[in-house]
Design a protein around this ligand. Structure first.
Ligand code: MF3
Ligand code: CO
Ligand code: CO
Length: 267
């Protein structure tokens, strides 16, 4: 999510939009398939294997596997892990929060989304963080207007998160998406003024994926695996992500699930 491949934003024609829609729909079905398995006692490695098998059985390609050397199919970010957590054999335990971030390539198009799951009985503080992060995603979506600027998304999310007492991660952003995983425009979740130049023209496809922390916004990269991103102060972090297609009349969410939380959900 950090390095953007293409400098020119992609505007998708109607026929192309169907490709992206289909990829996002499949990706959402994968999230629904994994959902019953994201429980106490299951390891994130097991979730990774399930995701890999489901994707291949449907004739599609796991986008993360071997992406810039990433070793697994999905990202699983537990507790103080902000993003890009690598699945491992440790069972999930009651009280954990885990973000499951999945991306699939379907006929050359990318679908990308994530959810944070509560495992067993979690603390009130963790539940509240997950709730506000979920709501912040929709605050961001609602701030995305046809021909508006990308800055408005981050401004809305930052204002909302700060009012709830949380910080917003800055080093990792949402991104344009299409036939490439990560492309222009970058979608910061705080008001970065350079994003004033990026207009959300109808046909623009991008992700919104706010990461909120109980403590400070700063992060640190694991120096052994070079992937796992943690909060600098080891405070809890949560994240939700949807892939969005801007239409003439407003944002269309492409990665809606059938059995997961919907707008307004209370955790
Ligand atoms: N799915 C992440 C995103 O939302 C990117 C993961 S890249 C990986 O942009 F290599 F870590 F898998
Ligand atoms: Co993304
Ligand atoms: Co993602």
């Amino acid at each position: 999510m950090a390095l953007l491949k293409k400098r020119i934003p992609l505007y998708l024609a109607a026929e192309e939009q169907d490709g992206l829609r289909a990829a996002s729909r499949f990706n959402a079905s994968l999230m629904d398939f994994l959902r019953p398995h994201v429980v106490e006692g299951t390891s994130t490695e097991k979730l990774d294997q399930l995701a890999n098998t489901y994707t291949r059985d449907h004739g599609h390609i796991p986008a993360c596997l071997n992406y810039r050397g990433y070793p697994k199919t999905i990202c699983t970010s537990v507790n103080e892990v902000v993003c890009h957590g690598i699945p491992n054999t440790t069972p999930l335990k009651s009280g954990d929060i885990v973000n499951v971030d999945i991306t699939t390539i379907v006929d050359g198009w990318y679908g990308d989304q994530s959810e944070t799951f509560l495992i067993g009985e979690v603390s009130a503080a963790a539940r509240q963080l997950v709730q506000v992060t979920y709501d912040a995603l929709f605050v961001g979506i609602d701030a995305a207007r046809p021909n508006g600027t990308v800055t408005e998304i981050g401004r809305a999310i930052q204002t909302f998160a700060a009012a709830a007492g949380y910080s917003v991660v800055r080093e990792y952003q949402g991104h344009g998406i299409g036939r490439d995983f990560h492309q222009e425009p970058g979608i910061p979740h705080y008001p970065q003024l350079s994003s004033n130049r990026d207009l959300l023209r109808p046909g623009t496809c991008f992700t919104i994926e706010p990461m909120l922390n109980i403590g400070g916004w700063e992060t640190r990269l694991d120096q052994r695996d070079k992937w796992t991103v943690r909060t600098l102060d080891s405070s809890l972090s949560a994240q939700f992500e949807h892939t969005i297609l801007m239409q003439e009349d407003g944002p269309e969410i492409l990665t809606l699930t059938r059995s997961g939380p919907q707008r307004g959900f209370r955790f």
